[in-house]
Structures are given as C-alpha cells and as structure tokens.
Design a protein around this ligand. Structure first.
Ligand code: M6R
Length: 610
C-alpha cells in the first residue's frame, strides 16, 4: 500500500525518484519522502506530509545532490500520516523504505529499546532501520545484514536499504509486497511497480517471494529464500511511457472510463473468433483443467468481488456449473469445504491484493483442482502463483476507483464461462455463437453509453447535496448496483447502499423519503415486471427514483421518477453496458462535490496489506 523507488546511478537521482513516486501515488498518498547519498557519503533526507507534490516543492527549494537514493509514498498503517512517520526511516548510517506490515514490530521495538535504540516514529518500519544498524556491527556486508534482519521479521515487506557509508549499492528484499528491478546502462533502479521506471528503462526483473537483491550501478545479484544465488528472467516491458499520463482527460478515472471500448477489444483479441471461443487462448493446459470443472469458487475484493457476483449468474445459467463468490478477507479465515473438481478463481486488477493472494495460497493447500486468476497486471503475484492466468489487458489503471478493470473482468469471465460450457456440453454451438455475437457488440455499445456523459453530468446535480443513496437491481443487475454504490461512496463520499430490489420491503424501505435518491437499473429482461413492482413500492412512499432502462421496458417519466432511456443492447452482455452510466454518474457527482476523484481520501489502489 506504499510506493517505493530506488536508484544507483552516476547522475543525480532525486528527480527520477520523485517522478517515479508520482507514478506510484495510486499506492498511497498521505506522506512522502526521499533520501540520497552523494559521493562524499553525505546523506540528505526530505520528508513531507501530504502528496508527492509537497515533496516536489520542497526539493525544488532545496535540491538534493546524489547518485544513490531511495524514496517512498505512504499509505499509513502504523502511525498517523505525519512527517515523522514518513519514510525513509534512518538509523545511524542506514536508511530504509518499506511497503507492507511488520507484524512482530512491537516485540522487536521492545528488544531494540533494551539495546538502547531511540524511536522517532510510530511506524513498524523503524524497527527495520534499527535492526539493520544493529546487524551491521557484526555482519560482513549490508547484504548479510539484511539477510539476517529478514529472518527476524514476521509479516509482509518490500523494502530497500541504503548505507550512507557505501553509496555504491542498495539492498532490497521482497516478501508479500512487490518489487521490481529496472535495468539501465551503467545505472540500475528499484520500484514497487515498473510504471515508476518507464522513463528510465524498459527492462525489468521481477523479484520473487523471499528474494533479496544487491543492486549496484553495473550488477544485480539475487538470492532466493534459502540464500542461494538465483537467476531471474529479464522482461521487456511493452507499456508506453505515457501509460501513466492523463492525456486530454481531466482525471485518470475519466480517461479509464472512456478507454473501455478499446480495453474490451484488447481483452477479446485472439480469444474469440467470429463464432467460437478459442479455449487454448486461455492458457497452456486450460482445456484439460476446464473440461473437468464442476464448481467454481470465486475469491476477490471490492470491485473485483462485484464482477465475480455478476459472473456467478453466467457460470450457473450458461455453463451449468455451480459457483460461489466470496470476499477474500472472509474466505481466508473460514473453515471451508472444498468440493470435488473445484476451480479456485481469483479476480484482481492489481494481482497484489493481500487478502486475495492469501486466499489463493490457502486454497492451494485445500485440495482445489486448480487455481486460475483473471488479472490485469502481468508478472503480478497472483499471475505467477496461479496455474492459469487470464490477462484482462485493460491497460494501466491508475484511478483508485476501478472502472475498466471491472468491465474487462466481466468480458474475460464470459469468455471463460463459454469455454467451460462448451467443454462440458451445456453450451451448444448455437448458444456459443450467440454469446460471441454479444461479446463482439460490447465495444460499440459502450461507445453509445459514453454518449450519455452530458446527460448524466446534468443528472449528477440532483445528487451533490444528498447524504445518502440507494441502488437497486435484480439478477445480474444487483451486483451492477453494488458496483455503482461502491463507486459513488468511494469517490463522492456520499453514503450509498445497494440492495437486491426484492429485498427492499424487508427493511430498507423504511429509509425511503424525498432525500434518499433511489437509482434503479432496470433493462428489459425476465425480471423486469418484478423490478417494476419494487419501483412502485418506492414511489408509493414518496421516494425520488432514477431509472436506467431501455425504451422497450416501457417506463414513463412522472413526478418522482426520472427515466434515463438507454439504447437497446444485447441482453447477455447488457450488465457490462449498464456499468458505464453508473461510472459516469459517480464521476460527475464527485466532480460537482470537488472531491479528489483519482485519489479519494483514506484509500489506495493496490491493497497489499491486510
Ligand atoms: O486490485 P484488486 O482488483 O484486487 O483490488 C480490489 C479492491 O481493492 C478494489 O477493487 C477497490 O475496491 C477499488 N478501489 C474499487 O474501486
């Protein structure tokens, strides 16, 4: 939940480090800091409360000179956001940046205090700095000291350690939090995400769990969890340097909403042709696994969980396999029964969500036939640790509020459902063709939904003064309502709840009054008449309704009920289509309210801690 950048170079690195931090702000943005060492072995450190911009300004006033440095953008876990708690933390000659949580920090803190160390922050990270300092009294090298320190730590970390007295090297360790090494010419870098380093290199080595790396200007030496020298592959990134730029858009979220037609084309490319799903494209050995699947257990968090909830309807109604969906933080601590021939399916934009990753690791011990992930980030932990990885290819998603990751996950899952149904005989060639046609229509349909941007901008004015809102849907539209409510609360800070419309009368109806806008997703389908009855229940109690439906649904606008008539689209993929107006609604409400759309308060994009 924090972002790390490090560099060992011959040129001054402060600007590279700060640029990298800007690109990692999606990982946390409550405070930031950097430290550099120059050739005279002088360490300079600057830390600021607030976003990286504050650090930028501070360094502009007092430039830092030095070719070796480490930097950090923080999402507070232990200790409030403050300058004192911002990284890097220093003990003697040693400076440390850390992402993750050291679970035994209290015990270590007591031990270090007894040894005479004085703490200047409330963070768990400071124990690492002091431990390194202590170990260096007897260790032959910084590498050996860090190897000894990590043996004493319980918890999760991605960390980089710098020694003022030896600016020729950095030592990094990874366990539970991602770290990548960027390979330059006569200079090398480290970061939590390759995005941070795209302006300096395209060649990356992804550290694996338990790895410790010693990085100098010209060498990279990696040691595995057992301390043995390890060979890790070098990857050439195909990400563009401007992948993390807003371009003509005002916010990343807006850009990402509008990128969805292209993102979905990319998700489908090579995976379907005009009438078939190409099962082999799902991965090596996919066919052998998928033809045996009798049950799918989806595990995910947040928006990814909501997409799993939509797909559950597809798995059961189209492919005829049972499907459960569970929030990862619940699944991982529950005693569950593994059904025969079950596929564990994790969903994640980042591929680094701590709870989802823990659930995957647990499921591997519990007899699941195979583990598959649907994920957006190549080389991420979920991708590397799963038997099958189906990449969504949504492109970099920076906005904390997930948008294109959701719709591309849905398309990927519909392809998966079709593959399973085709292999188990529940989806006929005719049905397969119908699904393919629906999938192929999605990008153009989304273009049509995006045309509603102005209409929804106007509609958003009704919401800006409200404190609460209710989203309703039935069937696949219930999770679409859940996702809409999550988006609205996350970026506009308006309390938003989603209910299965049929559940309204069992309690939430008591909330209805003129100050509670009720948004209903109600396109034509088998449940429409039921939804209409639920709408009447709200109308009869003076609620203000906003109904998103197609014209065939036959709604007429009346006082207390605004109708947003959407184009008629393919019924199978309509949940993907109806996501778009919901995303636009939350975006415009947030704009009117003036909240920080891309970096909403208290949140971070990649939740790599529990
Ligand atoms: O990277 P993941 O998809 O695993 O992330 C899961 C959630 O943290 C994420 O979807 C979160 O809920 C978003 N901020 C929602 O917009």
């Amino acid at each position: 939940m924090c972002g790390i950048v490090g560099a060992v170079a011959q040129r001054d690195v402060a600007e590279i480090l700060i640029n990298g931090l800007h690109r990692l702000e999606y990982r946390g943005y409550d405070s930031a800091g950097l430290a550099v060492v120059n050739t005279a072995c002088e360490l300079q450190r600057v830390r600021c409360l607030g976003k990286v911009k504050a650090l930028d300004e501070a360094v502009e006033k007092n430039p830092l000179i030095g070719g070796t440095g480490i930097a950090h953008t923080r999402w507070a876990t232990h200790g409030e956001p403050s300058e004192a708690n911002a990284h890097p933390h220093v003990s003697g000659d040693f400076a440390v940046v850390h992402n993750g949580i050291i679970e035994n920090h209290e015990e270590l803190r007591e031990m270090l205090k007894a040894r005479g160390y004085v703490f200047s922050s409330q963070t768990d990270t400071e124990v690492i700095a002091h431990l390194v300092e202590w170990e260096m009294h007897s260790a032959p090298s910084l590498l050996a000291a860090v190897q000894s320190v990590v043996r004493q730590l319980t918890g999760a970390y991605g960390m980089v350690v710098m020694n003022r007295a030896d600016p020729t090297r950095l030592v990094a360790a990874r366990s539970g939090s991602p770290l990548v090494i960027g390979l330059g010419i006569g200079e090398n870098f480290l970061a939590s995400d390759q995005l941070a380093l795209l302006s300096v290199t395209r060649r990356f080595i992804f550290l694996e769990e338990g790895d410790i790396a010693e990085v100098t200007r010209r060498t990279v030496d990696i040691y595995d969890v057992n301390g043995n020298k390890a060979n890790r592959e070098t990857h050439e990134s195909n990400l563009e340097n401007d992948a993390a730029e807003k371009g003509k858009f005002r916010h990343f979220m807006q850009k990402e909403i509008f990128e969805q037609p292209t993102a979905l084309i990319n998700t489908m490319e090579g995976r379907i042709n005009h009438s078939n799903v190409i099962v082999e494209s799902i991965g090596n050995g996919a066919k052998e696994i998928l033809e045996k699947v009798e049950h799918v257990q989806i595990v995910a968090c947040g928006t990814s969980y909501n997409s799993g909830m939509v797909a559950r309807y597809w798995f059961e109604s189209l492919a005829g396999v049972s499907c459960d969906v569970e929030i990862a933080s619940e699944f991982r601590y529950r005693k569950f029964v593994t059904r025969p021939n079950s596929l564990l399916l994790t969903l994640s934009q980042s591929g680094e969500t701590a709870d989802t990753l823990a659930a995957l690791r647990l499921a591997k011990e519990k007899g699941y036939m195979a583990a598959m992930t649907i994920c957006n980030v190549a080389g991420s932990s979920l991708v590397r640790e799963s038997d099958l990885a189906f990449m969504t290819r949504a492109g970099v998603e920076i906005g904390v509020a997930s948008t294109k990751a959701f719709t591309t996950q849905l398309a990927a899952m519909l392809i998966l459902v079709t593959a399973i149904g085709k292999l188990n005989g529940n989806i006929s060639a005719e049905k397969e063709q119908e699904i393919i046609k629906a999938l192929q229509s999605v990008p153009a349909e989304i273009e049509k939904a995006l045309v509603f941007d102005k209409t929804i901008e106007k509609l958003a004015e009704d919401f800006a003064e409200k404190n609460h809102s209710l989203f309703l849907g039935r069937g696949e539209y219930y999770p679409i309502a859940m996702e809409a409510a999550l988006k609205l609360k996350e970026i506009s800070y308006i309390h938003a709840e989603a209910y299965a419309a049929g559940e309204l009368k069992h309690g939430p109806l008591a909330l209805i009054d003129a100050d509670m806008p009720v948004i209903v997703v109600a396109p034509t389908n088998d449940l429409l008449e039921k939804v209409k009855s639920n709408i009447e229940e709200v109308r009869a109690r003076g609620g203000q309704l906003y109904v998103f439906a197609d014209k065939e649904a036959g709604f007429t606008e009346t006082a207390g009920m605004k109708i947003i008539t959407m184009p008629t689209v393919n019924e199978i993929t309509a949940p993907i289509f109806y996501t778009i107006p919901m995303q636009l609604l939350s975006y415009h409400v947030a704009l009117i309210k003036g909240t920080d759309v891309d970096q909403p308060r208290n949140l971070a994009k990649a939740v790599t801690v529990e």
